[in-house]
Design a binder for this molecule. Structure first.
Ligand code: G4P
Length: 314
């Protein structure tokens, strides 16, 4: 995926705007800060879509937008659920970026009459869904046409879809895949749990499910998993949860000459349900956002205290 960044860098000279898609449940974890530093840095219009907000805690969706905006003031941040976005919202969202692009200085691309946009982000956050939605949105318009070697068949990096005639705007057909930035074991687990990093070994799924259960308990979201697993009290024992799921879903496996519960299958089922929102709307990074808020509050108090002292001394 380093290649993804390299590809993007190479196409930067031909790009007028970057749309980054990220999972609203992990607004902090895995975001590739290199993108901002190396590609955006205030020079290219940058729209960050925090997607899958249907699965995230609404309170923390707003908080994350606020904090990202502080850290990256040149970025326009929006949140949405591309699964259920309607035409009006999509047109609105795209219009905002378009306006920013058209109003931004184009430096080396001043002479070009067309605008190129790339969509990028870490895996499984909704990049293809976004491109497909855009394609459908503009499909009925005469201005929309696919440009590239083999329309609809071959996928190459150069293929792009024209989505507006005035001004002429193209979106690259293939999203840029970025490498998730992993700063801690916690971040890795969060990205594994949300499928932003594919689970390579099926056997690891119970550890990932265990982490999911840990977060549900930590964020006091026990009610729905208890109901789903028919448990009468919260538990921090993943075996209890997996055995309950294996029983309910009849996940069994033959071990030697005996049939037993397939706990790995049950763990995968747990992760799947977690990602469908069965256990509730959860922002996995809410502890990070809370810590940022605390920091902001103590900074404000510090500022108040010191300005009080200054006033007194005056
Ligand atoms: P990518 O290109 O960034 O890798 O992501 P992609 O669009 O393939 O989306 C990854 C998965 O996330 C897909 O599910 C897609 O349907 C789902 N998804 C996209 N946007 C949203 C959203 O706003 N909310 C929710 N809940 N899910 C979303 P999948 O199961 O991998 O594929 P499929 O069953 O849709 O074919």
């Amino acid at each position: 995926m380093h290649k993804g960044m390299k590809d993007l860098e190479e196409s930067l000279l031909r790009t007028d705007g970057i749309i980054e898609v990220h999972d609203a449940r992990v607004p902090h974890s895995g975001r590739n800060s290199e993108l901002y530093k190396r590609l955006v840095g205030g020079h290219k219009p940058h729209l960050l879509i925090l997607n899958k907000s249907d699965l995230a805690d609404p309170h923390y969706v707003n908080k994350s937008m606020e904090y990202i905006q502080i850290e990256q003031p040149n970025t326009q941040v929006v949140h949405t659920s591309l699964m259920s976005i309607d035409m009006k919202e999509l047109t609105n969202l795209f219009g905002r970026l378009l306006q920013q692009i058209v109003e931004s200085p184009r430096y080396t691309r001043r002479s070009s009459i067309e605008y190129n946009i790339v969509v990028c982000g870490i895996p499984n956050v909704g990049k293809s869904t976004f491109i497909n939605k855009l394609r459908n949105l503009f499909a009925n318009k005469a201005s929309c046409e696919r440009v590239g070697a083999s329309p609809g068949v071959t996928r190459s990096m150069s293929e792009k879809v024209k989505i507006s005639n005035r001004p002429k705007v193209f979106v690259r057909d293939t999203p840029g895949i970025l490498e998730p930035r992993l700063k801690s074991a916690n971040e890795s687990f969060r990205l594994l749990l949300t499928n932003c990093i594919p689970i390579q070994q099926r056997e690891l799924s119970d550890i990932i499910a265990d982490y999911g259960l840990f977060l549900l308990n930590k964020y006091e979201q026990q009610r729905l998993y208890m109901k789903y697993c028919e448990l009468d009290r919260p538990t921090d024992d993943i075996l209890t949860v997996l055995t309950a799921i294996a029983k309910l879903k009849k996940c069994t496996q033959v071990y030697g000459n005996k049939r037993g519960y397939d706990l790995t299958g049950a763990a995968l089922h747990f992760i799947n349900e977690f990602n469908k929102g069965t256990f509730g709307h959860i922002t996995l990074d809410q502890d990070i956002l809370d810590a940022m808020e605390q920091e902001k509050l103590s900074d404000t108090n510090l500022f108040r205290a010191s300005s009080g002292r200054i006033k007194k001394s005056i």
